[in-house]
Every structure is written in C-alpha cells, then in structure tokens.
Design a protein. Structure first.
Length: 497
C-alpha cells in the first residue's frame, strides 16, 4: 500500500494529538481541510475554495471525528456560513481562519440577522485551538449603543458573529443540545459576537456548554452570550480590549457560572482605527468590557453567578431578569463607570453582592438603584472610587462616594448592608456612602459597616436612629460620619452634594 507524504505527516502529527488513535490514509475519523481543496494562503480570492472545502470535510468526517486546520503560509479566508449537525471536533493544528473583507456573511443580503460563521447544531461538538480573525476593521464601521452597524449599509446586524451554539434564526429545532466545548481558541477582531448560545423560541435548552481558556481580542460585540443554557460554564478566559460587553447572561439561563475570567480595558491602548478611523484616540465607548446579568424580567436567569473574576477598566451590571444569583469575590479596578451596578426594579428575589474588592473606579464602586426585593450587600471592600477622570457624573448625578444607594419605592424591599468597608484614597471620594432622598421612606438595614470619607467631621451625627438620621445642628446637611453600632458610617444625602 502506498501513502503520500501529506497523509503520512498527518497520521504522525494527529497520533500525538489523540494518544492511542492510529490514523491511516483515508481514515475519515480525522480529516484535513486541505484534502478537500482548502488553501491557507491569506488571499480573499481563495474564500470560495475554503468554504467549499470546509463543507466537504464536515460531510466526510465520521461522527465523533475531527476536522483539522493545519498551518499554511497565510490564513484560510472564509466568507460563508457552515452548519455542524453531527458530533465532531474542529481542531486548529496551527491554522488560522479570517473572514473576507466585506464578507457576504454580513453584506449583500436583505436580512443580516442571525448570520454566523459556524452554527453548532448538534450535541458533543467541540471547537479547539483555532485562531479566528473576524476582520471587523473591514466589515463593521462603528458601534452605537447596543447595535452594530455594517460598513456602508443602513440598519443593524444585531445577532451576527463567529460561533452560535443552538438555533438562532432557525425555523426547526430538534431536542436539547448538550456537551459542547469551546476551548483554547483565540478570537481576534471579531465582527459581532464570538460565541452566542441561543435557542430561538420554544423551551429547548443547551446543557453543559463550556467556554474555557479562550482569548478574545479587540472584539466588536458581546464576546460571549448565554441564553437558554443550563449547567453551563464560562471559565478561565481572557478578554482584551472588548469594544462592547465581554459577557452576558442574556435570559432563561439556569445554574450557570462566569468565573475565573480576566477582563482588561484601557482606552489609551485601544486601536480605534480598527472600529472607525473617525473615533478619536482615548474615546470611551459605552459598555466597554461590561459583564451583564439579566435582560428581561419575564424570562429570568436563575442561579447565574459571577464569581472570582478580575476586571480592569470594566464593570458588572445586574439588571431585570436576575434571580437567586451571586456577584461574589470579584476584583474590579479602574472601571470606566461604576464598579458594580444593581438595577432591578421588578422580579429580582434572592440576589446578593458579597466579598468584592472595588478600587479606583470612575464613579461609585457600588451603585445600588431601586430594587423590588431584599438584596444582601455584605463584606465588600471599596477604596478610592469616584475618581471622575472620565466623567464628573453618573446618570446626571455628581455622587462623590464609594457607594451610592437609591431608596427603594417598594415597601418591604431594600438593601441590607453589613460588614462592608470603604475608604478614601488621596482624598477621593469625599463620602463613604451617598443615599437619595427617597431612602427616607424605605431605609436600608445597616449592620457593622466601616465607612469613612475624606470630608470634614464637623457635621458628625451621633445617633443610632433610623436612616437617614436626624441631623444635629447641621442646618439640614447630613454629616460625613455617622457613629452607628460598632462602626463609623460616612453618609451624605444626594441633595447636599
């Protein structure tokens, strides 16, 4: 039996990738996209060859087999959607994929919605060790709010990107999906989202999705989004300079976890020409690096936790559609707005914010807005927040505090703050905590906090009464310090700032 050089090399290399698996010529359990006509030459003109080769390889590989992308002199340029409907692995063995400039994936069609490079529509699918360049600098022009716009076209391409797990935009949906891994990949300059998990309509779920140990660089869109997931995990990823949110528990997720991830955003280091050359250097885009939990109160996330992550220049937002979830053990430094924002006006029982360390954010480290249910805020440590380097106010309010609390309008609701610690750094901020006037109606519960601002202590109040306390000879101004229980709690009313 004769064997050509490529098959011989492939067999030897993949035997090392899959120990104990002997690969022989014609073995359809492992296929090489080059054997079906793919060319890694980095040329846009080769996109049609590569798209056809990928589809042929997916059709040829056996169930539970592997499609490989070996290295070449350039990238495998691609320009079309590919549908994975059987259990297979896409494996990068040194190869890189890049979307074609002005890709047909996002252009020249009537409806740009729900368009992705790879649609993962089967259980037991994995995508590993690939490098995928979304080439957004030659596809997308800019970001406005939460919508992404195609270069040279009106309208939005919300719901487009690199990988979608599930059935976004599909008319027919089979049973639940399970055991899907996106691991060890590098997503660069993504056009739209990098990984979306979504089952449009119905009650189907994605079980056991794991997005781990990936790198996301310069992405334009929500880098990873979970919807309709259960028992799923986003862990150990690095998000570098995302132009929009890096992660979102969108809706209808159950028992999911975002943990051990690192997010780094620094406007001074962002190459804005990648998004739009008209943007000035150092500009601040809305939602840079945001981690968001929730969206729709009627389709809540339950037990979806954000735990033990490290964020630089980013923020955590908790909004409607979040129940029985933890924001715990995160380190947040130099957030471009607040550190953690909690804004659930309805339908948010059983949530907690505990043991986070929040430092040097542009606005308050904790922004606790109106809530419909009791919320435990415990053991958080805040230092030197409200630097106001990027903006003098947040939501039109000049807050100047480590913590800002809205008084809830719902009787029986509100925050319980206990064993939290806040300090000024180099005179910033002036107050440990600022509360709105409405707090007089439904006061928070305060236990053993230690807050200290940088302001004078002349307006000190020494009353263990209700919050807000009755001022003592202050002319209606609440003091910088309140001696309460066993702690010094620094307060100011919003109206006095």
């Amino acid at each position: 039996m004769s064997i050509d050089r490529r098959s011989f090399i492939k067999a030897g290399a993949l035997a090392g990738v899959f120990p104990g698996h002997a690969v022989s010529a014609g073995d359809a359990s492992v296929v090489d996209v080059r054997d079906f006509g793919a060319v890694a030459d980095g040329l846009d003109a080769s996109a049609h060859l590569n798209d056809a080769a990928i589809d042929k390889a997916l059709a040829a590989v056996l169930p539970y087999g592997t499609v490989t992308f070996p290295s070449g002199v350039g990238e495998y340029v691609v320009d079309a959607e590919h549908f994975i409907t059987r259990p297979v692995t896409l494996l990068g063995t040194g190869g890189r994929l890049r979307l074609k400039a002005q890709s047909a994936l996002f252009h020249d069609h009537a409806n740009p919605w729900a368009r992705y490079l790879f649609h993962l529509r089967a259980s037991d699918v994995s995508v590993r060790d690939l490098v995928i360049d979304g080439n957004s600098r030659n596809n997308f022009a800019d970001i406005s709010g939460a919508r992404y716009f195609v270069k040279g076209e009106p309208g939005s391409t919300f719901g487009v990107g690199i990988l979608v797990v599930g059935f976004y935009g599909a008319a027919v949906r089979p049973d639940d999906l399970s055991n899907i891994a996106i691991a060890g990949n590098t997503f660069v300059d993504a056009a739209g989202s990098c990984v979306d998990a979504f089952v449009q309509g119905g009650l189907k779920r994605i079980h056991g999705l794991r997005v781990s140990d990936n790198q996301f660089k310069w992405g334009q869109g929500v880098q990873v989004a979970f919807s309709h997931c259960a028992n799923s995990l986003c862990e150990g990823n690095v998000f570098l300079h995302p132009y929009f949110a890096c992660f979102q528990f969108y809706y209808s997720n159950v028992n999911c976890l975002f943990t051990g991830n690192m997010v780094y955003v620094n406007s001074s280091e962002i190459d804005f020409a990648r998004i739009d050359p008209t943007l000035r250097a150092g500009a601040r885009l809305k939602f840079n690096g945001e981690v968001r939990v929730g969206r729709i109160a009627a389709s809540p996330n339950q037990q979806c936790d954000v735990v033990n992550n490290s964020l630089h220049g980013a923020t955590i937002d908790v909004v409607e559609g979040t129940q029985f979830s933890r924001i715990e053990g995160n380190a947040i430094h130099k957030g471009q707005s607040v550190g953690i924002s909690y804004q659930i006006a309805r339908g948010g029982p059983g949530n907690s914010i505990k043991s986070n360390k929040i430092t040097a954010c542009d606005q308050p480290g904790l922004y606790l807005a109106d809530t419909s249910d009791p919320v435990l805020v415990e053991g958080n440590e805040l230092h030197g927040n409200c630097t106001k380097i990027l903006s003098p106010s947040y939501g039109g309010r000049e807050l100047d505090a480590n913590i800002f609390v809205f008084g809830p309008t719902t009787p029986g609701a509100g925050y319980t703050l206990q064993r939290n610690f806040a300090r000024a750094v180099a005179g910033v901020p002036k107050y440990g905590m600022v509360f709105s006037e409405t707090i007089a109606t439904h006061a928070p519960v305060m236990r053993d906090n230690d807050f200290l601002g940088s302001g004078a202590v002349a307006d000190c109040i020494t009353s263990a009464g209700v919050i807000p306390p009755v001022p003592v000879a202050t002319g209606g101004r609440y003091g910088d310090l309140l001696s309460y229980s066993y702690s010094d709690d620094a307060f100011a009313a919003e109206a006095t700032l």
